[in-house]
Write a protein that binds this ligand. Structure first.
Ligand code: BGC
Length: 789
């Protein structure tokens, strides 16, 4: 596990000052670079030692059979696994016949720095070979945000004390051997040799490899080219093999002289295009990279990020560790989505093989809120991708005997890939989560073209699903039975409050949108009767409540289940899913992740403040946070019910999930939902931002140690800045043109902000709060107050 403070606190950098070989896999995830299209793990250039080599292309996967001991009707037959594609990171160095390998000789100094403003990973090291030759290397790499097919590397090496013969071998390697995986179900399947060679082309300074997958029938190409600067005589040659290509640079340097090699690489893939077409595509990408050269790519990367930070940065004063972690989180959120361009965002982005590279509700519910308000076009693209999978979702609904569209719980290309029904297809709420993301995006941007062309059909088909999945009882109440809500330790239940409230919103939103776009609605076959039936079902959704305890039931009957014996559950038994049978988890009051608490955030308009406070205390005592998706949402509700210090603790947990490897599986990739969730914890938690029914509202309050919170949101193209201190808040507007104005609600009071006139308003005194809620024994979050930093 990464120890606290493995990376020194620094507002804009993640710095590693010594190489811990036991933590290589974790740091490879932390230092992964991606633009949403290509992802490369932070492997050392020389390839070895490594934790987990990894290079990924969004949606490039292989099929594999899903084995069942006992198959059942409607079980998906085949799964999709994101594969490790051709590796362009490899640059091996030979120093006077000895390979640079940090396990041998003496690594006198080592530093790696992820620069969040430059968008680069830089490594500097001094190494003395076993025979005593000292060298200094400096490498810098980037995955371009501006040229989405391009990855670039700079490699500089110089001898320190004596002349040295240096041979740099820069490679493209397909079908790398991967270490075996553990039995943890959250890890990925390892496929042996998933790529079949189709073409190899070698030129003097680079070349290209084309491969194809066997079952999924996808084709990919990777190409590379080198720009070499060396004093004096040097030789450059390239040789190839169907699965690898190697450019070798040989030279002899005196101390003070330097070899500098820029490696440009390009990737492309397609399920349709011919071999020549894919080959030409990467050739063109490489030509375009060459046009900019190393300096141009570096400059464009910084400009792209300057713009991103200008409208997305969140400043947190008083807790520098959280400040760093939140920026790290935003950076990875951007990396996951920036150039995904109508492809999904996986739960690990493109930083590791965890969960087979699948996308879940993590994308729509955790990542898209942050992207919608900072990088809205990326949010729209994810929803366009969902829209492109509608036929598959309709087919799935049909197989299940339902109407409308049943979106997969986990997938890469749209087919359901979960082999476990209770934590798979039964998580029907994914449909409402997608609908909610559509609602949020349209509301935040006013993009009615998107609503007409993409959003409406998603709303309609998901509303149809709910209408056919649920039923009216003899009293007219609408029930949705046999589903799994967010809490995967309580499965296949009736009337999960989260699911029901989200379905309610989904059905109302669909009916409203049909009214706005009657023609498109007609084309989708929606008539008055159908939309009336959605409104009718939505209005009579049943919400289970325990009168005796005065709390909502997460699902029907939940509060009468047996309590979990937390006192006798040892710390090493977490996550419980790895140590107890689901049978036991399902029949007791133990909650994996925010579920009713999640409902109180996303459908906060359906609860009174008193209900929120009582429910929060009740569910807090039963929630173990075995999912990384929990802490950020608990932060939001803790803040809303007045427990600001607890909100701060949960914010810290969400933001530090990977920098501190809190779930001990950062090796498989970063937890994108939690990292994006730290934005939610700050903006919706401490900032109290909500967007119910088209109304933007805030209720900021700061915990004792945070003395300033400053964030911005894009709302209909205007940039709203919210600058919070303990006593007051200043709202200001930018980019909206001189006449721009925005009405918003501050702690229940309407105010108007114009571009010419920022508004400063006091924060009202906080209402009294009850006793601090308790967590299950041993599961309290790490306290931020007194935590140093
Ligand atoms: C959580 C899900 C989540 C998935 C992928 C599971 O552990 O329970 O809510 O979607 O991980 O992150």
């Amino acid at each position: 596990m990464i120890r606290e403070r493995a990376y020194p606190v620094d507002p804009w950098h993640i710095r590693e000052t010594r190489l811990d070989l036991d933590l290589l896999a974790q740091s490879e995830s932390v230092f992964a670079l991606s633009n949403g299209h290509i992802g490369i793990r932070g492997n050392l250039e020389e390839g070895e030692p490594h934790g987990l080599p990894g290079t990924y292309l969004n949606s490039f996967y292989e099929l594999r059979p899903l084995p069942y001991a006992e198959a059942g009707y409607g079980f998906p037959e085949s799964g999709q696994t994101m594969i490790n594609v051709t590796n362009a990171k490899l640059m091996r160095l030979l120093v006077d016949d000895e390979p640079l390998d940090v396990r041998y000789g003496d690594l006198r100094s080592h530093e790696r720095v992820l620069d969040l403003r430059a968008g680069t990973l830089e490594r500097t090291a001094e190494w003395v070979s076993p025979s005593g030759q000292a060298i200094r290397i400096r490498t810098v790499r980037l995955v371009s945000f501006t040229q989405r097919a391009v990855v670039a590397f700079l490699y500089e090496v110089e001898p320190l004390h004596a002349s040295a013969r240096l041979i740099l071998q820069s490679e493209l390697v397909a079908n790398e051997q991967l270490p075996p995986m553990s039995k943890d179900p959250r890890v990925a399947a390892v496929l042996d040799h998933p790529l079949q060679a189709e073409e190899m082309l070698e030129q003097r300074t680079g070349g290209l490899l084309v491969h194809r997958t066997k079952a999924s029938d996808l084709r990919m190409a990777a190409a590379m080219e080198h720009l070499v600067e060396a004093p004096g005589r040097h030789a450059v040659t390239t040789e190839g093999h169907p699965d690898w290509l190697r450019t070798t640079v040989a030279c002899k340097l005196e101390p003070g002289q330097r070899l500098r090699v820029v490696k440009l690489a390009a990737y492309g893939w397609s399920s349709n295009r011919s071999l020549p077409a894919v080959r030409d595509q990467v050739g063109a990408a490489l030509a375009s990279a060459r046009l900019d050269g190393w300096d141009g790519l570096v400059e464009a990367q910084r400009e792209y990020l300057d713009q991103f930070w200008d409208h997305s940065d969140v400043k947190v004063e008083g807790d520098p560790e959280v400040q760093q972690a939140v920026r790290f989180g935003l950076f990875h959120t951007l990396q996951a989505g920036a150039r995904a361009e109508q492809r999904p965002i996986g739960s690990k982005g493109l930083t590791g093989p965890g969960y087979d590279g699948h996308t879940f509700w993590d994308a729509e519910t955790f990542v898209l809120p942050a992207l919608t308000y900072t990088q809205p076009s990326a949010a729209a693209d994810v929803l366009r991708w969902r829209h492109s999978t509608l036929d598959l979702a309709r087919e799935r609904a049909q197989t299940l005997g339902l109407q409308g569209a049943a979106f997969p719980w986990r997938t890469i290309r749209g087919q359901e890939c979960s082999a476990y029904w209770p934590a798979g297809t039964a998580g029907f709420h994914i449909g409402a989560d997608i609908a909610d993301a559509v609602r949020r995006y349209v509301q935040a941007t006013g993009d009615l073209d998107f609503e007409r062309e993409i959003g409406l059909e998603l709303l309609v088909e998901t509303a149809r699903l709910w209408r056919s999945l649920g039923h009216h009882d003899r009293h007219g109440r609408f029930h949705i039975d046999g589903v799994t809500g967010p809490d995967e330790y309580t499965a296949v239940v009736d009337d999960n409050v989260y699911t029901n409230l989200m379905a309610q919103q989904n059905m109302f939103a669909a009916a409203d949108a049909c009214q706005r776009h009657p023609e498109v609605a007609r084309r989708l076959g929606v008539d008055e009767e159908e939309s009336a039936s959605w409104r009718d079902a939505a209005a009579s959704v049943h919400i289970p409540y325990d009168r005796e305890l005065g709390v909502h039931q997460q699902s029907e009957g939940f509060t009468r289940l047996q309590e979990w014996d937390f006192e006798n559950t040892p710390p090493e038994a977490y996550p419980l899913l790895l140590n107890y049978p689901y049978f036991d988890l399902y029949r007791k009051q133990v909650i994996k992740q925010a579920d009713l608490v999640m409902a109180m955030y996303v459908r906060g308009d359906a609860f009174t403040p008193e209900e929120k406070a009582r429910n929060f205390a009740y569910y807090e005592a039963r929630t173990v946070r075995d999912s990384s998706l929990s802490a950020c949402i608990q932060a939001v509700l803790a803040a809303e019910v007045g427990h600001l210090e607890l909100a701060h603790d949960y914010l810290g947990e969400a933001a530090l999930m990977d920098l501190h490897d809190l779930h001990r599986n950062a090796r498989d990739g970063v937890h994108v939902a939690s990292l994006a969730g730290s934005w939610i914890a700050l903006v919706a938690g401490l900032g109290g931002m909500r967007d119910f029914n088209g109304q933007l509202s805030f209720a900021p309050r700061l915990p004792s140690r945070i003395n300033r919170l400053d964030f911005s949101l894009l709302w209909h193209g205007k940039r709203l800045r919210v600058d919070v201190t303990p006593e007051e808040v200043t709202y200001s507007l930018r980019n909206g043109g001189g006449a721009a104005r925005l009405e918003l609600v501050h702690h229940g009071k309407e105010i108007e902000v114009t571009q010419v006139k920022p508004v400063t308003v006091p924060i009202p005194e906080a209402p009294p709060i009850g006793a601090a809620p308790r967590q299950p024994a041993g599961r309290a979050p790490v306290r931020r107050v007194g935590a140093g930093g």
